[in-house]
Design a protein around this ligand. Structure first.
Ligand code: PA5
Length: 443
């Protein structure tokens, strides 16, 4: 079975030789490590470097947390949050929260915001459950997760005592630096390392993603196997014509050159909503710099046809769409006949919802083409660990290629610092006295 299909014909793009050459060169640079940001290329060969021992260590730690806790709070932000959230949502029953019995601990997230109410409600809600925490920060100094961890650490220590709390906390951070590393050493937390050469948004296949996923009962071996297969299928020696990641990067850059500045990632499977959130971070932080970059947006369909559909059909013509299409649903639900047929839908009797959903997808695709919105389509065989693993690596590889074609360093995020400086100045952080004065004068 093929890992994935990429349909670009309906994008209307005629690929130039120049763009092909740029993509080939970009892919080579990712493998030779001679491009910008080359100290952050650890993700390129990451899937194939994950061995059984690493998987076993993650699974063993996950088993300990699973044995101790009904709820595992996963603390992190950005790349230290979105990958795990995306895969857990994609792989879980959408209504697991309604079930009376759960086969796996529930993974909830904290530290991805500073909302007082969110934090209060989370700490209040977990009181009735046995709790553990995974704290994730590569730098170990990010404010949002650090605040959340302070609170959750003290909650766990109060509830279980310091010694037992230390058994219920796992840290994932840099191997040598950062406050979280120091704290973990001092407190004796089990730790996993985020490799130096893997940036946050490319880290889902490190323990950052794999430990929370294993805790949630997801088959991380199969996820990694899917990524490995895609790593091979997009390798340095794969010609651009056969390399799906290069093809995707090429088409989006051709569209960008033609004035399509916004890419909307859509899916007809609501479970993939956070895959789109993860993708937005991956592409937004990697490409949005130096006054350049496609703006990554997302929709969940058909729901958003009744909100964003009007704009996509008839608004500014700066958009193109990429649809993640799922070939096979997991379950079967058919429309039933209704004697009164008041809604006039008896013509659908006996049809599977997946079939109706597919017709919606095809109908929308053609309508949007008619409306001047070029269409790309990524088809995965089903929502399972292997195809999600392949999809993750596909997007990562395409992002690296695309960023190099665009001419930016896809592996830094200098723009993220601006808000932090202002926030610290407003909060009177020691050392920010001058900035504090200046910013307060602007309020
Ligand atoms: O992609 C990135 O590097 C960022 O989005 C980080 O993942 C995010 O800022 C969190 O950083 P850290 O893991 O250091 O707390």
């Amino acid at each position: 079975m093929s890992l994935m299909k990429l349909e670009t014909a309906k994008s209307g793009v005629v690929i130039s030789e120049e763009m092909k050459a740029a993509a080939a060169a970009a892919n080579t640079l990712l493998h030779t490590g001679e491009g910008a940001g080359n100290d952050f290329l650890g993700w390129v060969n990451l899937p194939s470097s994950i061995d059984n021992e690493q998987i076993a260590a993650i699974e063993a730690q996950a088993a300990k947390l699973r044995a101790k806790a009904d709820v595992v709070i996963c603390i992190g932000i950005g790349g230290s949050y979105l990958g795990a959230k995306a895969v857990i949502d994609a792989m879980s029953n959408s209504f697991e929260f309604l079930k009376k019995k759960h086969d796996n601990p529930t993974v909830v997230f904290a530290g991805q915001n500073i909302s007082e109410d969110y934090t209060y409600e989370l700490l209040d809600a977990v009181k009735d459950y046995s709790v553990a925490a995974i704290v994730i920060s590569k730098s170990g100094t990010t404010t949002e997760p650090a605040i959340a961890f302070r609170l959750i650490k003290s909650y766990l220590e109060e509830r279980y005592g310091k010694e037992e709390a230390a058994e219920r906390i796992v840290a994932i951070t840099d191997q040598a630096r950062g406050a979280l590393k120091t704290l973990s050493t001092n407190e004796g937390y089990p730790t996993f390392v985020i490799p130096d050469n893997v940036g946050g948004r490319f880290s889902v296949l490190t323990p950052v993603g794999l430990l929370p996923l294993a805790v949630a009962g997801i088959d991380i071996k199969a996820l990694v196997a899917g990524a490995q297969a895609m790593e091979q299928a997009t390798g340095a020696d794969v010609p651009v014509e056969e390399n799906l990641a290069a093809q995707y990067a090429i088409v989006r850059n051709e569209l960008y050159k033609a004035g399509k500045k916004v890419e909307i990632l859509g899916s007809y499977e609501p479970k993939l909503l956070y895959i789109a959130e993860w993708w937005k971070q991956l592409y937004g932080e990697s490409e949005g710099k130096d006054g350049l970059g496609i703006f990554p947006a997302s929709v969940t369909l058909t729901a958003d046809l009744h909100s964003m559909g009007q704009y996509i059909q008839e608004g500014e013509r700066t958009l193109f769409e990429t649809i993640i299409s799922v070939a096979e649903s997991k379950y079967e639900v058919k429309v039933e006949a209704d004697e009164a047929n008041l809604d006039g839908l008896n013509f659908l009797t006996g049809k599977r919802l997946s079939n109706i959903n597919k017709m919606a997808e095809l109908g929308v695709q053609l309508a949007h083409i008619d409306g001047g919105v070029p269409q790309l389509r990524i088809e995965i065989p089903a929502i399972n660990e292997t195809s999600i693993g392949a999809l993750i690596y596909f997007f990562e590889k395409a992002c690296g290629i695309s960023g190099y074609i665009l001419g930016v360093n896809p592996f830094n995020q200098p723009g993220v610092e601006a808000y932090k400086k202002n926030m610290f100045a407003l909060l009177d952080k020691p050392g920010y006295e001058e900035e504090s004065k200046a910013i307060k004068a602007r309020l």
